[in-house]
Design a protein around this ligand. Structure first.
Ligand SMILES: Cc1cc2nc3c(=O)[nH]c(=O)nc-3n(C[C@H](O)[C@H](O)[C@H](O)COP(=O)(O)O)c2cc1C
Length: 354
C-alpha cells in the first residue's frame, strides 16, 4: 500500500499530532498494546483496553508491547509525544465496589500515555477529576487527554461543558461491541451533537458501522474530526481476536450483526449501566436466548462452546459494517488504506459541483 502524500488537518489531528484521523478504540479482549502501538505508529491513534479483570502487571506488559513499537524504525508519529497511545477503561468496572481495577488508572498515568478513554459509567466525572488531579500533582506540562464515549446529545453537552473533556466520541447504534441500544444511527446522532455544541468545542469523533475510507470521508464532511474503527481493526493481524473469530468476521454479512443481551448473560458480565447491550454476530447463543432457554442452560452451553472453540457459541462482536470487510491485514496497512481511500473520496467529491 503506497502512502498518501496528503496529510489531514482536523481538530483531532491537531490535538494528537497525527496525520490520519483514524482511532482504534480500546476494545476489551481485542485491542492490546501491539495493535494500539501499530495504529499510532502508522499515523492514526491507538487505544489499548485495560480489559476485564486485568492486573496491573498485565496492563504494564501491554503498555511495554505498545512502547516497543516506537523503538523500531519506521514509526511516523510525532516525536514530541513521549508515549503516543491511549488506555481505555470501562467506568462501571472502575465503579464496582471494592474493585481493584481502580489500580489500573495510575498505571497508565504513571507511564505518561497521551490519552485516556472512558465509557459506560454512572459517574465518569470522578475519574476525570482523578486524572486531572494526577496531572496537577506531578506538574505535567502536557495534560493527559481525556476521550469520552457517549451516545446522546445530552451526554455530549455534559462532557463538553461540565467535564471539559478533550475529545467526544459519538457512538451510534451500529457499533460493534457494547453500546447503548437506544442510541440513534450515526447519521442522525453526529449532526445533532455537532449542532448542539459551539464551534470551539472539543473534537467530535464518529463511531459505529464504519468499514472503509469512504466512510471516513463521509463523517468528515458531516463535521466529525475523525473516525473510530472497531470491528475493522478486529481483522488486523495484531488484534487479540483468534483466527477463528477473524474468519467468522471475514465471511459474515452485515445482517448477521445484531444487538443482544444474550452474550452477557451467557458469560456473566452483567454490570453494565441500564440500556447497554452488545452487538455481535448472531449465533446459537442468541438463538437460544431468544427462544427463552433457561439462563443456567445457556451458560453451560456457552462454557462448553468456549472449551470446544465452537464458533456457534463463542462471542464475535461486530458492527453493522462487517459485511464490507473481507480480509485480514496488518494494522499499518488498514490505517494507510483508510487514509488513501478517504483522500480519493474527498477529491472525487469536489468534482460533484462547479
Ligand atoms: C470487540 C469490541 C470490544 C469493545 N470494547 C470496548 C470497550 O472496552 N470500551 C469501549 O468504550 N468501547 C468498546 N467497544 C466499542 C468501540 O469503542 C466502538 O464504539 C465500536 O467498535 C465502533 O463500532 P464498529 O465496531 O462498528 O467500528 C468495543 C467494540 C468491539 C467491537
Amino acid at each position: 500500500m503506497s502512502r498518501s502524500a496528503k496529510v489531514f488537518n482536523t481538530k483531532l489531528t491537531r490535538l494528537l499530532g497525527i496525520r490520519t484521523p483514524v482511532v482504534l478504540p480500546p476494545m476489551a479482549g481485542a485491542a492490546g498494546g501491539k495493535l494500539a502501538g501499530q495504529v499510532s505508529s502508522a499515523g492514526g491513534f491507538g487505544f489499548l483496553s485495560a480489559g476485564y479483570g486485568a492486573s496491573p502487571t498485565d496492563l504494564k506488559q501491554e503498555l511495554s508491547l505498545a512502547r516497543s513499537v516506537f523503538q523500531t524504525p519506521g514509526s511516523t508519529h510525532s516525536t514530541e509525544v513521549d508515549f503516543p497511545v491511549g488506555v481505555g477503561y470501562l467506568g462501571w468496572q472502575l465503579e464496582t465496589p471494592k474493585s481493584t481495577l481502580v489500580e489500573l488508572l495510575p498505571v497508565a498515568l504513571e507511564q505518561n500515555v497521551q490519552a485516556v478513554w472512558l465509557a459506560f459509567g454512572e459517574d465518569l466525572a470522578q475519574w476525570i477529576r482523578l486524572i486531572r488531579d494526577h496531572d496537577r500533582h506531578i506538574g505535567k506540562d502536557k495534560k493527559t487527554l481525556i476521550f469520552i464515549q457517549i451516545s446522546t446529545v445530552k451526554e455530549a453537552l455534559i462532557a463538553a461543558h461540565e467535564w471539559k473533556v478533550d475529545c467526544i466520541v459519538a457512538q451510534g447504534v451500529e457499533s460493534g461491541g457494547h453500546g447503548a441500544g437506544y442510541a440513534l444511527p450515526l447519521q442522525n446522532l453526529l449532526p445533532l451533537i455537532l449542532a448542539a455544541l459551539p464551534a470551539d468545542s472539543p473534537p467530535v469523533l464518529a463511531a459505529g458501522g464504519l468499514a472503509n475510507g469512504g466512510h471516513l470521508a463521509s463523517v468528515l464532511t458531516l463535521g466529525a474530526a475523525g473516525a473510530v474503527y472497531g470491528t475493522r481493526f478486529l481483522l488486523a493481524h495484531e488484534s487479540l481476536y483468534s483466527d477463528l473469530q477473524r474468519n467468522a468476521l471475514v465471511s459474515a454479512d452485515s445482517d448477521l450483526s445484531v444487538r443482544s443481551m444474550a452474550w452477557d448473560y451467557a458469560r456473566e458480565t452483567l454490570g453494565w449501566p441500564a440500556g447497554i447491550d452488545g452487538r455481535g454476530l448472531r449465533n446459537g447463543t442468541v438463538k437460544d436466548f431468544e427462544k427463552g432457554l433457561d439462563l443456567e442452560a445457556l451458560k453451560i452451553k456457552f462454557q462448553e462452546g468456549v472449551k470446544n472453540q465452537d464458533i456457534d457459541r463463542l462471542i464475535v462482536w461486530a458492527g453493522t459494517g462487517v459485511g464490507q470487510m473481507n480480509q485480514t491485514q496488518p494494522a499499518k496497512e488498514i490505517v494507510e488504506e483508510l487514509h488513501k481511500e478517504a483522500v480519493e473520496h474527498l477529491e472525487a467529491a469536489t468534482k460533484l459541483y462547479s
